[in-house]
Design a protein around this ligand. Structure first.
Ligand code: NI
Length: 211
């Protein structure tokens, strides 16, 4: 009986430490992150309709610190996203790059003994645009000096961690980011500014490692 009780205690301590997101724990996830803009903008040059912006997939990385077994602080980072920008009549006229680092506070449902940890979070996004360039089509139309204003906005996330063992997990998450910018350029030498919202959904599938 005593041996059985000891075995039960050992087993229960193994199973409760086998799955975690415990206070003080740190974990990272890496995987694919796809940015799908839900774009809309003022009319470009009055007549071309709004800008459209292509999807893009890059390597996404998250770093998460668990303040308690339910409250996490997470930073999302990625390799630079690259989008083609155009209008209906012109097709693609430009390429832009951006980095959208995002910091969120999260609530993880369940407890440190749960294998499935769904979560929601909210926080702040900062998007840096860089390497904005008109392509030959844009240049031939007399467009130059493209720049996009960096953006601060709210962000939200919902996701699910499946804890495989003490070290590894798999994850699926969806983010929404409020990204609004002014697209500035010259058309025939005349300065233009078109306020544009990207407000993308970001879909991430990743594997995680817990320290
Ligand atoms: Ni917006």
């Amino acid at each position: 009986m005593k041996k059985l009780a000891v075995a039960a205690v050992i087993l229960s301590s193994i199973s409760s430490s086998a799955f975690a997101h415990e206070a003080g724990e740190f974990f990272i996830r890496a995987g694919s992150a796809t940015v799908r803009p839900t774009e809309g903008s003022d009319n470009v040059l009055g007549s071309l309709g709004g800008f459209n912006v292509s999807n893009n997939t890059q390597l996404g990385l998250t770093a998460t610190y668990m303040a308690t077994e339910n409250i996490g602080i997470e930073l999302l980072a990625a390799t630079p996203f690259r989008h083609k920008v155009g209008t209906g009549p012109t097709g693609n006229i430009a390429t832009v790059h951006h980095l959208p680092p995002t910091l969120v506070a999260q609530w993880y449902f369940g407890d440190a003994g749960s294998k499935f940890r769904p979560y929601v979070g909210a926080g702040l996004n900062y998007t840096m645009f860089f390497d904005e360039k008109f392509n030959d089509t844009g240049k031939a139309a007399g467009l130059s000096d493209l720049s996009l204003k960096n953006s601060w906005g709210a962000a939200g996330v919902a996701g699910l961690d499946y804890l495989i063992n003490r070290d590894w997990l798999i994850n699926a998450s969806v983010w929404y980011m409020d990204i609004d910018t002014d697209v500035r350029f010259k058309a025939g030498g005349v300065q233009q500014s078109v306020s544009t919202r990207l407000d993308p959904w970001v879909f991430m599938f990743s594997a995680g490692y817990r320290f």
